[in-house]
Design a protein around this ligand. Structure first.
Ligand code: ADP
Ligand code: MG
Length: 151
């Protein structure tokens, strides 16, 4: 499933629509180069979860996970700087991955071996200065159904 957004606002709108359909325990992995729009999309997802101050959502330098309260909690991982899975084990990632919240992971490819089997990968590609190609790659029935609702 592929779509194209022509501005950051459109990417946020798409994230918001997706966020509105998310349930506790959902796992979303974001893949794409620096500046492809992973954090922008995460802001949209947060809006869809009724999280208030989405302006605070960024790519933190030295924090692996940040937590936000909304309709459902959002656990926003950014593992750009992660050198080994050990650091994730140290912060008890399983408590987040198998929890009552929604998990969004920027740079998810780095941890594909420990991702729960069922998840949604969203790949963002820079099409041009203001446009992004967004690919939805579901694993498992839950996510196949989810993307049908969103598109
Ligand atoms: P990442 O988290 O993948 O590094 P960010 O979301 O932080 O990316 O940054 C994306 C950058 O690209 C922002 O400066 C944003 O304004 C810009 N941009 C331009 N067009 C788009 C688009 N269609 N969707 C998302 N971001 C876009
Ligand atoms: Mg980012």
């Amino acid at each position: 499933m592929v779509m194209l957004t022509k501005s950051p606002e459109e990417t946020i709108k798409f994230g918001q629509r997706l966020g509105a359909f998310l349930k506790r325990g959902d796992i979303i992995g974001l893949v794409g180069d620096l500046g492809s729009g992973k954090t922008t999309l995460t802001k949209g997802i947060a809006k869809g979860l009724n999280i208030k101050n989405t302006k605070y959502i960024n790519s933190p330098s030295f924090v692996i996970v940040k937590e936000y309260e909304g309709r459902i909690p959002l656990y926003h991982f950014d593992i750009y700087r992660l050198n080994s899975v050990t650091a994730l084990i140290d912060i008890g990632y399983e408590e987040y991955f198998y929890s009552n919240g929604v998990v969004v992971i920027e740079w998810a490819k780095k941890i594909k071996d420990i991702l729960p089997k069922e998840h949604l990968i969203i790949e963002l590609n820079i099409a041009d200065a203001g446009a992004r190609e967004i690919l939805l790659k579901p694993s498992g029935k839950r996510y196949a159904k989810l993307i049908k609702n969103v598109i």
